[in-house]
Design a protein around this ligand. Structure first.
Ligand SMILES: C[S@@+](CC[C@H](N)C(=O)[O-])C[C@H]1O[C@@H](n2cnc3c(N)ncnc32)[C@H](O)[C@@H]1O
Length: 444
């Protein structure tokens, strides 16, 4: 039997580790096997677990938000109009449908035969058909081919059939869990509260041990503390928050937790705890728009602005160095170096628009006139570009990127994007270094 465990993006491997542990020692003839981790970009990680036992232990996993049993799979689904027909055929005739329906019946208590079903279709990729077409193909296949009868509904369903098409691969699975698995019956929730599965993953990374004195200094509604309590025995749990509302939500959520649990209203900058009295700390810091901490938000906003500015300036610099290399090669070929440099100067001026490069350029041209060799001239040019860009970064942040632009950037890109940006900057820097090295070698 193939089970699909759905979790928060990035948590697939942690979810598998938890599943492996929960299933080991069960009654199944063989241990569980990881059959793959699929990313549904920006939405979920799906962990495929091959396991011959029943699904009950999977429904208690803390790092997982939903559990499914796989009824059909299809690979190399066409992106053109053949796709929905291939999906229909794969879902209708899959040999896994019978065992998957049995697993669903055992969990839901449904009787043999059909019932009402709903299809949830998701697509990622560049198919020439719509999500709706995938949903229709799956619904037709269920009605036409699954032991039934099955009736398609929009709500009030007995069975949820999830069809996820990522590029060319389709996963059609029956949902075994309900909403309570995501929310863990948590009583109170705050706007910045963590998703419980994410909190459980953070707790797992602290390697829970029975003698833990565990602290969340900015605990909000206490999600991390609840998950730590669920992860096994502990010596003490300490949580606090600066907000009365959060402390009251935390207390409500921790009411059922046994053992030594201490909740307080405090300012985490002055924790009323002895030095060396805590073993493990997990915290979800209050940065961001959501909870209205304007000072922190402005700090992040400015950092983002600076990152974006540096990236743009590096791109300009890269373009200018590429131009320089081209023109230098041309100059060598025609032995008309001075003329080529004039063209390059015009190109540099165009590229930098209104930024204050004129003076740098004039200084450079003067030095150039006094320099002797081609090598000296190239080195001067590259130095000039570097200094200009550095000056630009420190004094012209506001010119390179407007406030409106950066606001749009923040709305569109969150932390993941920032990580990607810094990778791109490293790549730009590396390319720039390589080009400079190339330019210097050629000058010799
Ligand atoms: C992102 S939220 C934490 C959410 C929490 N993990 C949950 O799941 O509900 C950050 C919390 O930090 C609290 N906070 C901000 N500044 C604080 C401070 N100086 N001391 C203690 N708590 C603070 C906020 O009131 C907020 O509840």
């Amino acid at each position: 039997m193939l089970y699909a465990l759905q979790t928060v993006p990035g948590l697939g491997m942690l979810a598998w580790r938890e599943a492996e542990q929960a299933l080991s020692g069960g009654s199944a003839p063989a241990p569980p096997r990881l059959a793959g981790i699929k990313a549904v970009p920006g939405r979920d990680d799906i962990v495929l677990v091959d396991y011959q036992g029943g699904p009950k232990p999977l429904l208690g996993l803390r790092t997982v938000e939903d559990v499914f049993v796989v009824a059909a799979r299809a690979f190399r689904v066409a992106a053109d109009e053949r796709g929905p027909r291939q999906i229909y055929a794969a879902v209708r005739s899959s040999e896994s449908v019978g065992p998957a329906l049995n697993a669903w019946r055992r969990v839901s208590g449904a009787r043999k035969g059909g019932g009402a079903f709903r299809v949830i279709a998701r697509t990622v990729g560049r198919q020439q058909y719509l999500r709706r077409d995938v949903g229709r193909a799956v619904a037709d296949a269920v009605r036409d081919g699954w032991p039934g009868p099955w009736r398609l509904v929009d709500e009030g369903e007995d069975l949820e059939v999830w069809a996820t098409l990522v590029d060319q691969e389709l996963l059609c699975a029956l949902r075994l869990s309900d909403a309570s698995m995501r929310q863990r019956g948590k009583l109170r929730h705050l706007p910045a509260s963590l998703r419980p599965a994410l909190a459980a993953a953070m707790v797992a990374l602290t390697h829970p041990a029975p003698d833990d004195v565990f602290l969340d200094p900015m605990a909000g509604a206490g999600t991390l503390l609840v998950e730590r309590a669920a992860a096994g025995p502990f010596a003490e749990l300490h949580g606090g928050d600066i907000s009365d509302e959060a402390v009251s939500a935390m207390r409500a959520n921790l009411r059922g937790v046994g053992g030594r649990v201490v909740t307080s209203r405090w300012d985490a900058r002055r924790l009323p705890l002895e030095d060396r009295s805590v073993d493990k700390v997990a915290v979800n810091l209050p940065f961001g728009k959501q909870i209205g901490d304007q000072a922190s938000y402005q700090f992040i906003r400015n950092s983002l602005k600076k990152t974006a500015t540096i990236k743009r300036l590096l791109e300009r610099q890269l373009l200018a160095v590429r131009n320089a290399l081209l023109i230098k090669r041309q100059a060598e070929a025609t032995a008309d170096f001075a003329n080529a440099m004039k063209i390059m100067a015009a190109e540099v001026a165009r590229l930098y628009g209104e930024t204050n490069l004129l003076k740098v350029q004039m200084d450079w041209e003067k030095a150039l006139a006094q320099s002797q060799t081609m090598e000296e001239r190239m080195a001067l040019f590259l130095d000039g570009m570097e200094q200009a860009a550095a000056a630009d970064v420190s004094q012209a942040v506001t010119e390179a990127i407007s406030d409106e632009e950066i606001d749009r950037l923040i709305a569109a890109e969150e932390q993941v994007e920032q990580a990607r940006e810094s990778q791109q900057i490293s790549a730009l820097r590396a390319e720039l270094e390589q080009l400079k090295g190339q330019g210097q070698k050629e000058s010799k």
